[in-house]
Design a protein around this ligand. Structure first.
Ligand code: HEC
Ligand code: HEC
Length: 344
């Protein structure tokens, strides 16, 4: 009798173990599923930039604070570390939320509208949201600006972060535990399936591929086709003739207002990240209008296309806008808005 009970118990236990094993093994696919987790499940190699969480001081919270406030808590908990940069925080130039409606294409105008609609600024840097899902950094023309510094950072997110801390933010080098903390934080803002605008049918195909033995590689390829592996970057020049502006383009002042408010004011309103103040006054619009056609650093054509250089002792500078972030049309829209406001 005892033996029988034991046998029944044993069978019950193994059935339980088996079902829990298979439900453990089931990979649920829904809008919150991490794109990286699904890719790994489909047989892709994990991204190389996994954070080293066992290093002393590494935490998601420290990473978040470094990115949005510029400092973290010292490793032994004794206090704040030195501010990373006296001029900027990472979020001066990068959003930490998704700022593009379709991650599979480049569309500067759509990015502007989507950012404005979500209450985000339109900035020169690509969003840090989803950065861990990319494989190449400082692409294309950025080599013209940063030269040899770009090569090691191009396929290495750790080095890309370090390059940006020093060159873009004009601050100090990050310590290893700070870089790892930033990575840990960036992995909390990785792409989720809902960011890829998939249909119900595509989601259920992915569920099948993740839980079966077929279509794994093609599903991974499909998934990767829904977002860019790196942000393209094309440097463009101011118009040949700055009085004329970009040839054949008629500016739309309404859209120019959106550019001004969503982008320029983000850094210049109340001298937020720059000594150069921009606001909604007649004086400002007249000033911008007067300088638009000139060949100086006060010309909006000049600073949007070339940026400004960090001066010694005063190392805040303005990053340029690539074609992918501001089209020639958008530049003319801005001019049309400035001229309309200056002429009122
Ligand atoms: C003054 C502006 C500015 C600041 C401040 C700044 N960045 Fe950047 N960053 C850029 C620009 C411009 C690029 C060029 C590539 C791009 O983002 O499209 C870039 C590139 C990057 C890239 C590579 C992105 C890619 O997909 O090519 C990473 C990662 C990055 N920055 C991280 C940081 C971190 C972390 C900080 C804070 C420590 C920071 N950045 C501060 C402007 C800035
Ligand atoms: C990421 C922040 C940022 C954004 C966005 C930005 N600027 Fe700047 N801009 C700066 C910084 C920093 C300087 C450096 C000048 C300083 O601090 O004195 C600067 C300089 C300038 C200058 C030259 C002033 C001088 O003292 O040399 C002009 C003109 C200008 N910006 C206009 C614009 C316009 C127009 C836009 C929108 C299209 C814009 N900026 C967007 C940060 C920014």
């Amino acid at each position: 009798m005892k033996n029988k009970i034991l046998a029944v118990l044993l069978i019950a236990a193994s059935v339980l173990a088996l079902t829990s094993l298979s439900s453990d093994d089931y990979f649920a696919v829904d809008k919150n599923t991490s794109v990286e987790d699904l890719l790994v499940r489909l047989g892709e190699k994990p991204q190389p930039h996994q954070p080293m969480m066992n290093l002393q001081g590494v935490s998601i919270e420290n990473g978040r604070r470094l990115v949005s406030e510029g400092f973290a808590t010292e490793r032994d908990g004794s206090g704040k570390v030195d501010k990373q940069s006296a001029h900027f925080v990472c979020t001066s130039c990068h959003n930490v939320e998704r700022d593009e409606p379709n991650l599979g294409v480049v569309d500067a105008q759509a990015r502007l509208e989507y950012s404005a609609q979500r209450g985000l600024p339109m900035v020169q840097g690509t969003a840090l949201y989803g950065a861990v899902n990319r494989s190449t950094f400082y692409n294309d023309d950025y080599v013209k600006k940063y030269g040899d510094l770009v090569e090691p950072a191009r396929h290495d997110l750790r080095k890309a972060i370090q390059l940006c801390a020093v060159e873009c933010a004009q601050g100090r080098k990050l310590k290893n535990w700070e870089v790892e903390s930033i990575l840990a934080y960036l992995w909390t803002i990785d792409l989720k399936l809902e960011d890829l605008n998939l249909t119900e049918e595509q989601l259920s195909d992915l569920t099948a591929a993740a839980n079966g033995n077929e279509e794994k590689a093609s599903s991974a390829e499909f998934l990767k086709s829904k977002y860019l592996p790196g942000a393209p970057a094309t440097f463009v020049k101011p118009p040949e003739d700055r009085k004329e502006g970009y040839a054949g383009i008629v500016g739309n002042p309404e859209n120019g207002k959106l550019v001004y408010e969503t982008s320029c004011l983000h850094c210049h309103e109340g001298q937020r990240y720059s000594y150069f103040n921009l606001d909604d006054s007649d004086y400002t619009y007249k000033y911008l209008e007067k300088h638009f056609p000139k060949y100086t650093n006060y010309s909006t054509y000049q600073v949007t296309r070339y940026g400004t250089s960090p001066l010694p002792g005063k190392r805040a500078y303005m990053p340029l806008y690539t074609q992918e972030k501001m089209t020639d049309q958008m530049a003319e829209d801005l001019r049309a808005y400035v001229e309309a406001e200056a002429g009122r």
